[in-house]
Design a protein around this ligand. Structure first.
Ligand code: G3H
Ligand code: ZN
Length: 283
């Protein structure tokens, strides 16, 4: 069933727990997240990124509609979130397309600019009942960024600046840089748990961890204990999917029916989702 991201994060907050948000780039991803959530009997967020929308020709509806269809049929509550939005046009398309929340990403801009455009995004979103997440300090490694920016685990969000930023923008949740980096295919990131605790104490809204695929299990648990309330996972699903598809194709070099190799890929993603959801006390 469809619920809002605000509800899931709110429940996570009450329980000192966290909600997982998984990136969805195809129908198979949406089906896998729902199947994994049902298997673990834990709620989750399905998130579609601006990059994924771009992959689908810049059209938001086809994938959003597919994800919503899967969510409505699911036996656990799931939410739909629009992730890493830099385009104001895309932000504006979100509520009508069924998204209860958006991550508006102005993290590449200088502080004052980030505040200015994010405050405008928040004003627009709140007038339409949309929950808005943004980012301060830069979790590197996103698609399209120069290689030098990739894996920038050195970036850190300053707690005092974060407190001022949340006050000035009015965001509902804050993505922070605490040692993770996007698109890591190995779980080798070391998080700054002391900093997570200081950010939680300084900032009145829930904290979001991006680039969680690169974070080892113990580190993830510690991050939630220190105050992370939304945990974004993307690459780990693609690693599982691709390994399974590659194995299926290698085992059947004459196969031409995509279902024969995407099915194992989808199953592998569902198992990965269930493993993540069983890791924490879910919501
Ligand atoms: O917003 C999406 C997440 O930060 C995913 O990052 O692909 O490194 O797990 P990841
Ligand atoms: Zn991210």
């Amino acid at each position: 069933s469809l619920v809002s991201t605000a509800e899931l994060v709110g429940t996570a907050r009450e329980k000192d727990a966290a909600v997982f948000a998984f990136n969805v780039i195809s129908l198979e991803h949406a089906e896998a997240v729902a199947a994994g959530a049902e298997r673990a009997d834990v709620s989750a967020v399905l998130q579609i990124s601006e990059n994924a929308v771009r992959y689908h020709g810049g059209r938001l509806r086809p994938l959003a509609d597919a994800a919503l269809g899967v969510i409505r049929e699911a036996r656990v509550p799931l939410a739909l979130h629009l992730d890493h939005v830099t385009s104001v046009e895309l932000l504006r398309a979100a509520p009508e397309a069924g998204f209860s929340s958006v991550m508006f990403d102005a993290s590449k801009l200088p502080y004052e600019e980030n505040v200015r455009v994010t405050a405008q995004a928040v004003e627009w979103a709140h007038a339409r009942g949309v929950w808005l997440e943004s980012e301060l300090g830069r979790v590197g490694g996103k698609e399209g960024e120069p290689p030098l920016d990739a894996h920038a685990p050195g970036a850190r969000t300053d707690p005092a600046e974060a407190a001022a930023y949340v006050g000035e923008t009015g965001v509902d949740a804050l993505a922070v840089a605490v040692g993770s980096s996007h698109a890591m295919t190995e779980r080798s990131a070391a998080l700054d748990h002391g900093l997570i605790g200081r950010l939680r104490d300084a900032v009145p809204v829930p904290l979001v961890l991006h680039g969680s695929s690169g974070v080892p299990e113990g580190e993830l648990r510690a991050a939630v204990a220190a105050g992370m309330r939304k945990i974004n996972v993307g690459t780990a699903l693609n690693v599982a999917y691709t390994a399974a598809v590659r194995a299926a194709l290698a085992a059947a070099p004459r196969e031409v029916d995509p279902r024969r190799y995407t099915r194992p890929g989808r199953d592998a993603m569902a198992e990965t989702v269930a493993d993540y959801l069983r890791l924490l006390d879910g919501v």
